[in-house]
Ligand binder design. Structure first.
Ligand SMILES: Nc1ncnc2c1ncn2[C@@H]1O[C@H](COP(=O)(O)OP(=O)(O)OP(=O)(O)O)[C@@H](O)[C@H]1O
Ligand SMILES: [Mg+2]
Length: 457
């Protein structure tokens, strides 16, 4: 019988295999191997950077999932309106397929023609800003990016105009949407820098009035003052999803932000994202801004969380994840409380209204749920957390892993690649997550709308 592989390891042999100790410069050598490797893989077309193209949508799919009309009626309307997109067939006499752009045009047409009470266009009160939603948890790999990406796609299919912002220097969201980001100047970094520069300039006015020397703006801040969100937003292969991307250099913000804050203690760093997006018109141009955050509670995450109206916290249904998600909420409490206390000490002294962060809704969401193993624990969690946990559970589905390199997730996958029942079940679980989220979105817009009416009355 063979012994386990960790028995009888000879120290001399192990020493001989170990290799020389490594120095800092060895990282450069390892990194060089990756760089060379990456170029080779790219040349073989193995990277995910190829120009992406969104698949087509069939009549079946459109009438089942996207526009609430019967297939026969859909076909009739197309026939009697030859100016509308007519789709294309892929096999002789086969089903008609449409681009998402065409689906959006058809939806708009049905909205003007169809029965009034039907929900052709998704609800958004006019004149109210976009809602910002963040997906966050300091635990890694819990499904933040998958949840955020699927929400962006399902909201886009539903007809909303979505801006995705990648706050994670790992850039996973950016790869999903094919964003090309060469350095931090194509991430949110310049928006944060501009917010600080604007603050510093206002502060300098006061300094000058007092007869003090102004604080100089360095090149970074000068450069950032020239950039707006429009310069950073990239379009994607989805007609109604745009993105501000991220890549490794965005991590620099984690070092830079505290330095700026030291330079001007009164800078409200947590307002940077909301203020600049609002100033640049992004909250009017889009319906929904979705933030993907890194698995850490750093400055970028704090900025994202402070900007968010809706906060979703993905978590697995296991004790370990329950425990760490609990600590995440504890850290959120401590972090935002200390920001509020710091601000309110000054505010009280000046007789001003204090700072109180507010979110329309905060929900933990069970992700990668396996009903055969986790039903009992998920039920316990539901009992313990009550309304803080969304009752919908996002099922573990092979459709995500299987979708391949050029497509990301269920909404990009072609249902013909799967057994139709498997597809329907896999899709259902993400549709339910979206429905849960859409309820929060519509509910919070409606609350704002009612408050506005009350204010006007
Ligand atoms: N519902 C699901 N079914 C199956 N696999 C899933 C599901 N959701 C996520 N995954 C997989 O789990 C892994 C981690 O997911 P994801 O990248 O979304 O997590 P994350 O929280 O964003 O991670 P990080 O903390 O590194 O940013 C990925 O490989 C993803 O494909
Ligand atoms: Mg992620």
């Amino acid at each position: 019988m063979s012994t386990p592989p960790y028995f009888n390891i000879a120290p001399d042999q192990a020493e001989a295999e170990l290799g020389a100790p490594l120095r800092t410069r060895d990282f450069a050598e390892i990194s060089q191997r990756y760089t060379t490797g990456r170029a080779q893989l790219e040349a073989q077309g193995r990277d995910a950077s190829g120009a992406r193209q969104l698949r087509l949508f069939s009549t079946w799919e459109i009438t089942r999932y996207l526009i609430p009309v019967a297939q026969a009626h859909f076909r009739r309307v197309l026939k009697t309106n030859p100016d509308l997109p007519q789709g294309r067939t892929q096999v002789e006499g086969g089903s008609k397929w449409f681009t998402l752009d065409e689906v959006l045009r058809l939806r708009a047409f049905f909205a003007t023609q169809g029965a009034k009470k039907r929900d052709y266009m998704p609800y958004r009160p006019s004149g109210l800003p976009a809602k910002i939603a963040a997906v966050a948890n300091f635990k890694g790999g819990v499904g933040k990016t998958s949840t955020a990406a699927h929400l962006a796609m399902s909201a886009a299919l539903d007809g909303y105009k979505v801006l995705v912002i990648d706050l994670d220097s790992q850039g996973s969201m950016s790869s999903i949407f094919g964003a090309k980001v060469s350095d931090e100047w194509q991430t949110v970094f310049p928006l944060l820098a501009r917010h600080y520069a604007t603050h510093l300039m206002a502060e300098n006015q006061t300094r000058l009035a007092r007869g003090d020397a102004p604080q100089p703006l360095d090149d970074t801040l000068d450069e950032a003052r020239k950039l707006t969100a429009k310069d950073l937003i990239q379009s994607t292969h989805w007609p109604n999803i745009d993105i501000i991307g991220a890549q490794l250099n965005l991590y620099w913000a984690e070092f830079q932000i505290p330095v700026w804050r030291m330079g001007a203690r009164s800078w409200k760093l947590w307002d940077a994202l909301t203020d600049t997006l609002a100033e640049d018109g992004a909250l009017d141009a889009y319906d929904l801004v979705l933030l993907d955050t890194p698995p850490a509670l750093g400055y970028l995450t704090i900025n994202g969380l402070a900007a968010a109206d809706i906060l979703l916290v993905p978590t697995g249904a296991s004790f370990l994840e329950f425990d760490s998600t609990g600590r995440f909420f504890d850290m959120l409490h401590a972090t935002f409380q200390s920001i509020e206390e710091g601000e309110n000490m000054v505010a009280r002294a000046l007789g001003r209204e204090g700072l109180a962060f507010e979110w329309d809704a905060v929900r933990a969401v069970i992700t990668r749920y396996d009903s055969s193993q986790q039903a009992e624990f998920a039920g316990l969690m539901q009992g313990l957390l009550g309304p803080a946990l969304a009752p919908q559970r996002q099922g573990f589905t092979a459709l995500i892993g299987q979708a391949g390199e050029q497509v990301s997730g269920i909404y990009e996958a072609d249902y013909r690649d799967f057994n139709r029942e498997t597809y329907i079940r896999g899709r259902e679980t993400f549709d339910e997550t979206y429905a849960m989220f859409k309820r929060l979105l519509i509910g919070s817009w409606r609350r704002d709308e009612l408050a506005r009416e009350k204010g006007a009355a």
